[in-house]
Design a protein around this ligand. Structure first.
Ligand code: GDP
Length: 432
C-alpha cells in the first residue's frame, strides 16, 4: 500500500487517535500512522480551523492545505454537543466542491456512548453526502470504525492513483554543478512544458520525458534559477537554491543530486541529502564534470566513491552515476538509474521472504538482554507501504530494541533484500 496523506481538518483534540509518531517528518503537523496493513501520513491542519473563526479564514486554511500538492482523504471532525451550525453547512459545501470526486469522512466527536452517539449525530445527516460517524477521542468509541473507514478510502485512493502514476524526477544541487546541462542533454533545449502544477510552487516547471522504461516528469529547478539569479545577488541565490531544492524534493519521487567532480562536498550538499532521506525519496548521486578529473584510471571512480560515501553517509544506499553533461556522456545513465531507483522504491517484498530475512538476522544476532533479564521478541514483520518501502515489526516491547539493534536489522534487510536507491523505514510496534 502506498503511503498516503490524510488531511485532518477541524481536529485537534483527536490527534492522539491516529498519530502515534508525531514529528516524523520535518514539521509538527505531520504524523506517521498505522492501522491494520495500512500506513499513512496524517496531516493536522493545525486544529486552528474552528467554527469560531470567520468563514474566510476557515476556507483559507483549507485551501492552503489542499493546494500544497497533497493527495488524501479529508477528515472533518465536529463536536456533537454543539449541534449542526451554519459554519458546518458552509464547510460541507466547500468540501463537496473541492472533493466531489473523493471520499470525505465526517467524524462527530465527543459521542462517548455508542448508543447515544447514533442520536447525537442525527443532525449531521442533513449535510448530505457525508455519513457522520459518532466517535469519542476520549473513550475510543468508534475510533476503530473510523480507522477502518479511512483505510477503505485509502484503498480506493491507491487504485485511483496507481493508474496514472508518473514518477517525478528532480535534478537538484548547488549552482553551477551542471543541472541545466544535464537537463538539456536529456531533453534538449526545446522542452515541452506540461504545466506548472496548480497551486504548488511556481519556481519549477515540469517537462514530460519518455525514458527507456516509460514516462517520467522532470522537475526543472535549474532553468528557473537562472532567471531568479538575474534578480538576486550571489549569496541570496545560494540560499534560494537550497529552498528551491527542498520544494523540488517534496514533489519528487526520485532525486538526482548533482555534485561536481572537482569540488568538495559542502554543507549545502549535505543539507539536501539529509532532506532527501527525511522525506523518503529515491536518490541517485550524479558526479558531473567527470571530464575535469585529470589522469583518470580505473581506480579513480573507486577512490571517488569512497570519498562520496564517507561525506554523504546518509545516502550510502544511493547509486552513483559519473557524467559529463557538456558532451552528453553517460547522461542517459541518469534516467536508467532513476528508473531503477523508482522500481526499488515501489517494490514489495512478500511477507514470507521478509520473515525469512528477519528470522535469519535474529538467529545471527539476538536483541540485547536488559539488566532485568528481559529481551525483545519479534513476532512477525510485514511491509506496510511502498514509496518508500516501510516495514512494521510487531514486537513484545519496542523499548527492548535499542537504536543499534534497529540499525543492524535495517542493514540486514538491505543486505538480503536490496532496495538500492531508496530509503527504507522500519517501524517497531508493540503487540500483546
Ligand atoms: P547549473 O547551475 O547547475 O544548472 O549548471 P549549468 O548546467 O548551468 O553549468 C554550469 C557550468 O558548468 C556551465 O559553464 C557548463 O558549461 C559547465 N558544465 C556543465 N556540465 C559540465 C561537464 O560535464 N563538464 C565540464 N567541464 N563543464 C560542465
Amino acid at each position: 500500500m502506498n503511503q498516503k496523506i490524510l488531511l485532518l481538518a477541524f481536529l485537534k483534540e483527536n490527534k492522539a487517535i491516529v498519530v502515534d509518531e508525531p514529528g516524523v517528518t520535518r514539521d509538527r503537523l505531520y504524523g506517521r500512522s498505522f492501522w491494520g496493513d495500512h500506513e499513512f501520513m496524517v496531516v493536522d491542519t493545525g486544529g486552528v480551523i474552528t467554527v469560531s473563526k470567520s468563514k474566510n479564514e476557515v476556507m483559507e486554511e483549507l485551501a492552503i492545505t489542499t493546494t500544497i500538492g497533497m493527495e488524501g482523504i479529508p477528515l472533518a471532525s465536529r463536536e456533537a454537543a454543539a449541534g449542526l451550525t451554519a459554519a458546518d453547512v458552509e464547510i460541507a459545501d466547500w468540501l463537496r466542491k473541492h472533493y466531489s470526486h473523493k471520499f470525505v469522512i465526517l467524524a462527530v466527536n465527543k459521542c462517548e456512548s455508542p448508543k447515544k452517539g447514533i442520536m447525537q449525530v442525527s443532525d449531521f445527516w442533513t449535510l448530505g453526502s457525508f455519513s457522520p460517524l459518532p466517535i469519542s477521542a476520549l473513550s475510543g468509541t468508534g475510533t476503530g470504525e473510523l480507522l477502518d473507514l479511512v483505510c477503505s478510502g485509502l484503498e480506493d485512493l491507491h487504485e485511483e492513483q496507481d493508474e496514472d502514476y508518473v514518477p517525478a524526477i528532480s535534478i537538484v544541487g548547488r549552482p553551477n554543478v551542471g543541472k541545466s546541462s544535464i537537463l538539456n542533454a536529456l531533453v534538449g533545449e526545446d522542452r515541452t512544458i506540461v504545466s506548472p502544477i496548480s497551486g504548488t510552487t511556481r519556481d519549477a516547471i515540469d517537462t514530460e520525458f519518455t525514458g527507456p522504461d516509460g514516462q517520467f516528469r522532470l522537475i526543472d529547478t535549474a532553468g528557473i534559477r537562472k532567471r531568479a539569479a538575474v534578480a538576486s545577488s550571489g549569496s541570496t541565490t545560494e540560499a534560494l537554491s537550497v529552498n528551491r531544492a527542498f520544494r523540488a524534493i517534496r514533489r519528487s519521487d526520485v532525486v538526482a543530486l548533482v555534485i561536481e567532480a572537482m569540488a568538495c562536498i559542502t554543507e549545502q550538499d549535505f543539507k539536501i541529502a539529509e532532506r532527501i532521506e527525511k522525506e523518503g525519496k529515491g536518490c541517485l548521486i550524479v558526479v558531473n564534470k567527470w571530464d575535469t578529473i585529470p589522469n583518470k584510471n580505473q581506480q579513480s571512480a573507486v577512490y571517488y566513491e569512497q570519498d562520496v560515501r564517507e561525506k554523504l553517509r546518509i545516502l550510502q544506499w544511493a547509486p552513483i552515476v559519473y557524467a559529463t553533461a557538456i558532451s552528453g556522456h553517460s547522461v542517459d545513465r541518469v534516467i536508467v538509474a532513476a528508473s531503477e531507483v523508482e522500481k526499488e522504491r515501489s517494490r514489495r517484498l512478500s511477507t514470507a521472504t521478509l520473515n525469512q530475512v528477519v528470522q535469519e538476522a535474529l538467529a545471527f544476532k539476538s536483541p540485547p538482554r536488559t539488566r532485568g533479564g528481559k529481551r525483545g521478541r519479534i513476532y512477525y514483520c510485514t511491509q506496510a507501504a511502498i514509496r518508500p518501502p516501510t516495514f512494521v515489526f510487531f514486537v513484545n516491547d519496542a523499548n527492548l530494541f535499542p537504536e543499534t539493534y534497529r540499525r543492524y536489522m535495517e542493514k540486514q534487510l538491505r543486505k538480503d533484500a536490496g532496495f538500492p536507491g531508496t530509503p527504507i523505514r522500519l517501524l517497531w510496534r508493540n503487540r500483546r
